[in-house]
Design a protein around this ligand. Structure first.
Ligand code: WTA
Length: 654
C-alpha cells in the first residue's frame, strides 16, 4: 500500500496540504498531536520532564522557571556540562565508535574526515587542556574565527568543557567586524586557521585575523594548519594548533556549570549599527537544542543529518554542534561551495554519504531550482526521508520544487521559524504530526506560545496580518540578555508590547488555526540570502566612503536571495558614476565582508525625510518593492519621492 512506502500523503480536500503517512508516524519520535494541549496545560512541568529525560545533570535544579521581567531563568541551581552531554555520555555507550562528524572537504581529491564520538571526545579534551594551558578558565571569553572544518566544533566544545563562553565570528566577515566582536566580548584568545579552500583555491584567513586582533584584548592566537600556505607570524602571541595539541594531556575534567551560566555569546545584527552579543545559557540551550533536533528532524541512529548552515550563524551552533551531538547523531560538515567543482556537488554528497535528513535555506533551494533539474538527476537521492528549511520565508514554488524534485514527493518539508535570540526552532510542523503546508511554518513547538498582535497589542485571528510575539513562559533556549548592554536587551525585545511579551521583529498571519505563516521582518533588519544584516551597519559602512554625505539602505526583493540591499546615496562631492558606485561597494565589502555587499547604489539628490530631518526608510522600502507609497503628508520633501520613483523604475503593484 502507498502509505507504507512513502513518508507523506496529500490531503485530497486541500491541494497543498500534506500529512505524515502511517509509516512516518510510526517512525517518528513524536506523533501524538495531544502533545500540544498537554504541554500547554503546564509548560514548565513539560520542559522539566524533557530536561530530565534528554540530558545528563550532575544535580537537579532548585527552581524550574522564574520570571523577573524582562528577565527569566530556567533550571536554576541545576548543574551540567554541555560538552559532557555531547560527548562523554555517548562514549560510555555503543555510540563510542559511531561517526559523529563527516568533514567533507572542498578539494574533491581530499578524502572526507570522519570523526567518531570517541575521536571527537579525545580531540575536545586535549584542546580544552590547550586552552587551559593558555590561562582560559570558567567565564573567560574565547573568539573563534574558523571555516567549516571540524576543528570549529572541537574548539566550541572545548570552550564549553571549560565553561568559557565562545563567540564564533563568521569566517567571511571582514577584519573590522571580527575586531569589534572581539572588543565587545573582551576575548583573550582567538582560534583561527591559516586559510581554507573556496572553489579550489586557498583563501588566507590568518591575515584577516592579524588585522583584527591588533591592539585588542587578545593575548594568544591559536592557528590550525589547514592549507599550509604562508602566513604572518607574531612570536609569543601565535601558536600552531598541532604543536600545542602534541603536548596536551588526553583528559580534561568538565566544569560543573550552573544551568544559567553562559554557554556562548553570538553576535547578530539588530536595528542599530552595533551588533548585539546574544547570550545563551547552558541548561536552557541544551534542552532546547536536544529536543528540537530530535523531534523536528526526527533523527534516529541510522540517519545521516546534513545542516548546510555556516558555523558562524546560530543554525550552525544549534544544529551543527549542540543539537546533533547531544542526541548522538551522525552529521555532515561541508567545507566547500555548492557549485564546486560543478552544480551537482550537494547531490553528490547526499548520495555518497547516505544523507537522510537535509536542512537548508530557501535561498539555496531557489538557486538549485534555477540551475535546473539535470544536476539532481545525476544522483540517487532516494535515501532522503526528511527535508527542512530555515532563515527566511519560503515561496510556494521553491517549497514545491524542494518537495517534488529533491524529496521525490516522499519527504516532509519542515519549515522551521526561529532566530538567533530563540536559540532553537520554535515554529514548525513536526514530522510525525503535520500538516506540511507550503509557505506555512506551522505550530509553536510544544511548551511555547506565540501570538499575532496588531499594533495596539490585540491578538489577531486567522487571516489577519500582524506582529509575531512569544508569550510567557518563554522557551528555555531563549536569549538571557545582550552582552554588556542591558538597555539594548530591553529596548529591542521588551518595549513594543511590555516586558512580558517578547517581540520578534517579524510579521506573520495565522493561515489556519494554530498554523503560522511568517511574512518577514518588519524592522530594519534585512535577511539577504538567509544572512541576517542590519541596514544601519551597512549604512555606516557606505557613509565611511569619503564622498558620501548620507545614505539609506533598504532590502529590495530578489528572486534568489529573497531580499538584497539597495543603498540610496547622496554625495558630498563628485559626480555619480558607475566607477564611483563600484568604489563604494568595494569599500563596504572591505569594511564588512562580501555578505554585506550592496546590490545597487542609487545616487539621489534628495532623500525623503520627516520634518525632524530623519530619512524615511519606510518610503524607500516601498519604492524598491513596488508597494503602494501610502500617505505622504508626513514627508517634508514629497517631490523627492517622484524623482526616486523614476530612479528605481517604480511600478505600483496595487
Ligand atoms: C527569519 C536564523 C520565515 C525571520 C535561525 C527571523 C524566517 C530571522 C524563518 C532570524 C522561516 C528565520 N520563515 N522567516 N522559517 N526562519 N526567519 O537570527 O525574519 O539569523 O526573525 O536566525 O530570520 O534570523 P537569524
Amino acid at each position: 500500500m502507498k502509505e507504507t512506502t512513502t513518508w507523506v500523503v496529500a490531503d485530497p480536500d486541500q491541494e497543498d496540504m500534506f500529512w505524515p503517512s502511517e509509516a512516518m508516524k510510526q517512525r517518528a519520535w513524536m506523533s501524538d498531536p495531544s502533545i500540544y494541549e498537554e504541554s500547554d496545560k503546564d509548560p514548565v512541568a513539560f520542559w522539566e520532564k524533557l530536561a530530565r529525560e534528554g540530558l545528563h545533570w550532575y544535580k537537579e535544579w532548585d527552581t524550574a522557571y522564574n520570571e523577573a521581567p524582562p528577565y527569566f531563568t530556567w533550571f536554576q541551581g541545576g548543574r551540567l556540562n554541555a560538552s559532557y552531554n555531547c560527548l562523554d555520555r555517548h562514549v560510555k555507550t555503543w555510540r563510542r565508535n559511531k561517526v559523529a562528524i563527516i568533514g567533507v572537504r572542498e578539494p574533491i581529491d581530499e578524502p572526507a574526515q570522519s570523526l567518531t564520538y570517541y575521536d571527537l571526545y579525545r580531540e575536545v579534551n586535549k584542546f580544552a587542556n590547550v586552552l587551559k594551558s593558555l590561562g582560559v578558565g570558567r567565564g573567560d571569553r574565547v573568539s573563534i574565527y574558523l571555516p567549516m572544518i571540524p576543528e570549529a566544533q572541537i574548539a566550541m566544545l572545548a570552550c564549553a568543557r571549560l565553561g568559557a563562553p565562545h563567540s564564533v565570528v563568521f569566517s567571511a566577515f571582514a577584519p573590522d567586524s571580527l575586531r569589534s566582536r572581539i572588543e565587545d566580548a573582551g576575548s583573550k584568545v582567538l582560534i583561527t586557521c591559516d586559510g581554507y579552500y573556496r572553489r579550489g583555491r586557498p583563501v588566507n584567513l590568518k591575515n584577516n585575523a592579524d588585522d583584527a586582533v591588533e591592539g585588542t584584548t587578545i593575548e594568544d592566537v591559536i592557528v590550525f594548519r589547514r592549507t599550509g600556505q604562508e602566513v604572518n607570524w607574531v612570536e609569543d602571541r601565535d601558536h600552531w594548533w598541532h604543536e600545542l595539541m602534541a603536548e596536551a594531556d588526553p583528559y580534561c575534567e568538565p566544569e560543573v556549570m550552573d544551568s544559567e551560566e553562559t554557554l556562548y555569546i553570538l553576535y547578530t545584527s539588530g536595528t542599530t549599527g552595533k551588533p548585539k552579543g546574544v547570550i545563551h545559557t547552558t541548561g536552557g540551550h541544551m534542552v532546547q537544542a536536544h529536543w528540537t533536533t530530535l523531534w523536528d528532524f526526527d533523527l534516529h541512529d541510522e540517519d545521516v543529518f546534513w545542516c548546510t548552515a555556516d558555523i558562524g550563524w546560530v543554525t550552525g551552533h544549534t544544529y551543527n554542534v549542540y543539537g546533533p551531538l547531544s542526541v548522538g547523531a551522525t552529521q555532515i560538515f561541508f567545507e566547500g561551495a555548492p557549485d564546486f567543482p560543478d552544480r551537482s556537488r550537494v547531490w553528490q554528497i547526499v548520495e555518497n554519504h547516505g544523507v537522510t535528513v537535509f536542512y537548508t535555506a530557501p535561498t539555496l533551494i531557489r538557486m538549485f531550482a534555477g540551475w535546473g533539474d539535470e544536476w539532481l538527476k545525476k544522483h540517487d537521492l532516494s535515501g532522503l526521508r526528511l527535508l527542512a528549511t530555515v532563515g527566511e520565508p519560503i515561496n510556494r514554488e521553491a517549497w514545491m520544487w524542494f518537495f517534488n524534485k529533491v524529496g521525490g514527493g516522499r519527504c516532509p518539508v519542515i519549515d522551521t521559524w526561529w532566530q538567533t535570540e530563540t536559540g532553537g526552532t520554535l515554529i514548525n510542523a513536526l514530522p510525525g504530526i503535520g500538516p506540511f503546508i507550503p509557505t506555512v511554518a506551522g505550530r509553536s513547538f510544544p511548551g511555547t506560545r506565540h501570538e499575532i498582535l496588531d499594533e495596539q497589542g490585540n491578538p489577531l485571528g486567522v487571516g489577519e496580518g500582524g506582529l509575531l510575539v512569544q508569550k510567557s513562559p518563554f522557551g528555555p533556549g531563549m536569549l538571557r540578555g545582550v552582552y554588556g548592554d542591558p538597555e539594548m536587551y530591553k529596548d529591542n525585545y521588551w518595549t513594543e508590547y511590555g516586558d512580558r511579551t517578547y517581540y520578534t521583529g517579524d510579521g506573520a498571519r495565522l493561515f489556519i488555526e494554530d498554523n503560522f505563516r511568517i511574512t518577514g521582518r518588519v524592522d530594519d533588519v534585512m535577511k539577504v540570502a538567509g544572512h541576517r544584516l542590519s541596514s544601519a551597519e551597512v549604512e555606516n559602512a557606505v557613509c565611511g566612503h569619503p564622498q558620501v554625505a548620507e545614505c539609506a539602505v533598504v532590502a529590495a526583493p530578489h528572486d534568489i536571495k529573497g531580499t538584497t540591499p539597495y543603498a540610496f546615496v547622496r554625495l558630498s562631492e563628485g559626480e555619480p558614476s558607475e566607477e564611483l558606485a563600484k568604489e563604494i561597494i568595494t569599500h563596504v565589502v572591505k569594511a564588512l565582508g562580501p555578505t554585506c555587499r550592496p546590490e545597487k547604489i542609487l545616487f539621489a539628490d534628495a532623500l525623503p525625510r520627516t520634518r525632524s530631518g530623519k530619512i524615511m526608510r519606510r518610503i524607500l522600502q516601498r519604492l524598491v518593492s513596488d508597494e503602494p507609497i501610502g500617505d505622504t503628508v508626513t514627508i517634508e520633501n514629497p517631490e523627492s519621492v517622484d524623482t526616486l520613483k523614476a530612479l528605481v523604475g517604480y511600478r505600483d503593484k496595487s
